[in-house]
Structure formats: C-alpha cells, structure tokens
Design a protein around this ligand. Structure first.
Ligand SMILES: [Zn+2]
Length: 266
C-alpha cells in the first residue's frame, strides 16, 4: 500500500485556468490536468491507494465553498481512496465554528499556507487556529519554508515555525516539504530536540539524498510522511524517489504508508 499525504486538485471548471496561473508563477509544468479524475488515473499507475487532497483558502471568503466541496468529495470518492482536508484563512475570526463543523462532518484535517495567505506562521491568528485544531484532534498540514512561486516570501521559514512547535507542541502538525522548503539547514538543528512531523513533497531532487536521509532519521522515521505535491510532481516518480532514497525497506514502509495509516486512523 502507498498513501500520498500531499496532493492538489481543482474543480473541473477552473482546473485549466488555475493550473496555468500557478505553473506560470512557479515556472513548472503540471503532471496531471489538475482534476480529480486525472488524479485517480495517476494513483492507479503509481500503486497509490489513498491520496490526501489539500485545498487552500487564499482569501477569507473561500472557506465555505472549499469546505463544502471537501465534504462532498469525501462522500463521493470514499471508496476510491480520496481523503480531502478542509481549509480556512487566518482572517476567519469564526475559526472555531469552521473547525467544529469540519470535525463534525468527519474531515480529518486542514491545510494552511502562510505564503499564499500572506501571514507569518507565528502570527497569533495561526497560533489560535492551530491550537484549536489540536484540541479538536484534527491534523494540520502547513506549508513549510520558501515557496517556488513567491521568491523572497519568508512567512513560513524556521524562525516563524519554531514558536508554534515550542508553544503549542502540536502532536498532529505536519510541515510540508521536509519541514522547510529550501531552508533545510535552518530547521535541521531542531529536529532531534522537538517532535516535528514532515512530508516529503516537492523536495527531491532539490534536497540532496544524504541530507534527506539525515533529516528523516533526526526527526524520526515515524514522523515522516510520503507526499508528492501532485500535480507539481509525478506521483509515480515521487514514489520511486523514496524507494531510491537509501531508506531501509522497513523505513520506506513507514514513510510510504504505515505512519499515515496511524495518523489518519485508517
Ligand atoms: Zn502543495
């Protein structure tokens, strides 16, 4: 079994436009057409049983549509291995209601993206949201580090990550992109001391294999989750890169699905 903990899809109607816009700003080519149906084909080709969809509310008003869609997707695609998270914006002052209703509907977690949302991760607004999500026993996935589409925007670099880890001590918060995209040296010193979960999405080959192995073992293999960031990488190639990473077979199994089964309660 393989579980991909970091995937994006877009509603049919806007997929073409959204993909075009995002791929232009990041100067990368998407590997699917951004739709759910195309993702299912990719999963089949890659031997992936479950994909976790991570929508992002880039404005405060988007949460309603996004979360409604997530709930619909979870019902409609339950048997196809699609698990959609919800999202909200740091400016949603009704964050408790939003999180409560997501939890009530069985949505297992939320995605936050400080760079897309334009707020520092250690801002009180994120602190409150993450802390409340933890109380509701929800999983929180946060974009970590720099973002290829927004050069110079340091909203989620380690200096803004660590206050959350130190003050809230979230036990189900995953930092995407091995903790901090393109800031791996800066997060490295904290990995053995704090409980830091991370996903592997969009890291290889930019993150050298030796450094990936060192980081994975420092933070603990039980804290590392396979993610592809499809459509921005090919799921099949991302799986392959884990298999060629130098992790032992046992470690690979933990990263590719065992840790995810536990966290998602599958
Ligand atoms: Zn992503």
């Amino acid at each position: 079994m393989i579980i991909d903990f970091h995937v994006h899809t877009f509603p049919e109607k806007i997929a073409g436009k959204a993909l075009y816009k995002l791929s232009r700003s990041a100067n990368i080519t998407p590997y699917t057409n951004g739709t759910l149906d195309n993702l299912l084909v990719s999963m089949k080709e890659s031997g992936i049983s479950y994909s976790v969809l991570l929508p992002i509310a880039t404005t405060p008003s988007q949460y309603e549509t996004i979360n409604k869609t997530s709930i619909q997707i979870n019902t409609k695609y339950k048997d196809k291995g699609i698990i959609s998270f919800g999202s909200l914006h740091p400016d949603n002052s009704n964050y408790k209601d939003i999180l409560n209703s997501l939890a009530r509907e069985g949505v297992k977690g939320i995605k936050l993206h400080p760079v897309f949302q334009g707020v520092y991760l250690d801002d009180i607004r994120y602190m409150r949201i993450i802390s409340y999500a933890c109380e509701q026993n929800m999983i929180v996935i946060v974009h970590g580090g720099m973002d290829i589409s927004f050069p110079g925007k340091d909203y989620a670099v380690p200096v803004h990550i660590m206050p959350i880890i130190k003050e809230i001590k979230p036990d189900k918060m995953i930092l995407a992109h091995m903790g901090a995209w393109d800031c791996w040296d800066a997060i490295m010193p904290f990995l053995s001391e704090y409980n830091i979960m991370m996903d592997t999405s969009f890291t290889m080959p930019r993150l050298p294999r030796e450094k990936f192995l060192k980081m994975a073992r420092l933070t603990g293999i039980q804290n590392v989750f396979f993610g592809s960031d499809s459509p921005w990488t090919m799921q099949k190639e991302s799986v392959q890169s884990i298999k060629e990473s130098g992790l032992s077979t046992e470690e690979q199994e933990m990263v590719l699905y065992k840790n995810a089964i536990k966290l998602l309660g599958l």
